[in-house]
Design a binder for this molecule. Structure first.
Ligand SMILES: [Zn+2]
Length: 197
């Protein structure tokens, strides 16, 4: 199944560029990681060797065969968003972009981030507020048979713990999305992303 995604590099680059308006490339390596716990389909991390940012996306092999391609792509996009956010946060931590620049790139993350919050929580809030619709559009471009609610259902996986989902999505829409999730085979997405240094 993963072999179907080999060659997606240009597609994924275009996704990141369109989601973030990025004008530079970052290196991202994909790993099949059988040590991921069973409730996680994916994970993301990064390392920095001097100024050379390298992202890593780990996919749990137990979900690769039985799952549909759209769910795998949804996980890849979700993890790519974590990696790309980490990239900008790392630039900010190293004073290579200012706080005001970071706040314009990741406004929800920036407002959320505090000593009592964490990367995972705040990056999920940013995704929920600003990227779910784009994720769903990307998934529908990949498979035009997906209905709007099925695409949204995949995009929302892993983000339904957010305050944005709880407070900003009308109950009728939530119900339609949850029904659509039940109709397509979706696996649990990563909920415990730990960017490691
Ligand atoms: Zn996540």
């Amino acid at each position: 199944m993963v072999s179907n995604f080999v060659g997606l590099n240009d597609t994924l680059t275009a996704i990141v560029n369109s989601l973030f308006g990025m004008d530079k490339n970052i290196n991202v390596f994909f790993h099949i990681d059988s040590s991921l716990p069973s409730h996680k389909a994916g994970n993301a991390s990064y390392d920095v060797a001097s100024s050379n940012f390298i992202g890593h996306i780990y996919l749990n092999p137990i979900y690769l065969s039985p799952s549909n391609e759209e769910s795998i792509l949804g996980t890849i996009i979700h993890e790519l968003l974590h990696v790309t956010m980490s990239y900008y946060i790392d630039l900010n931590n190293n004073n290579l972009i200012s706080d005001s620049e970071l706040s314009s790139i990741l406004p929800v993350y920036f407002a959320c981030n505090s000593p009592t919050s964490n990367f995972e929580t705040c990056s999920h809030e940013e995704m929920a507020a600003n990227y779910v619709e784009l994720m769903a559009e990307t998934l529908q471009n990949f498979n035009q048979d997906l209905t709007n609610h099925e695409a949204l259902g995949i995009a929302w996986v892993g983000l339904q713990e957010t305050e944005y989902w709880q407070n900003n999505i009308p109950n009728d829409d939530k119900n339609l999305i949850l029904v659509a999730q039940g109709n397509i085979s979706i696996f649990p997405e990563s909920t415990n992303v730990t960017p490691c240094e």
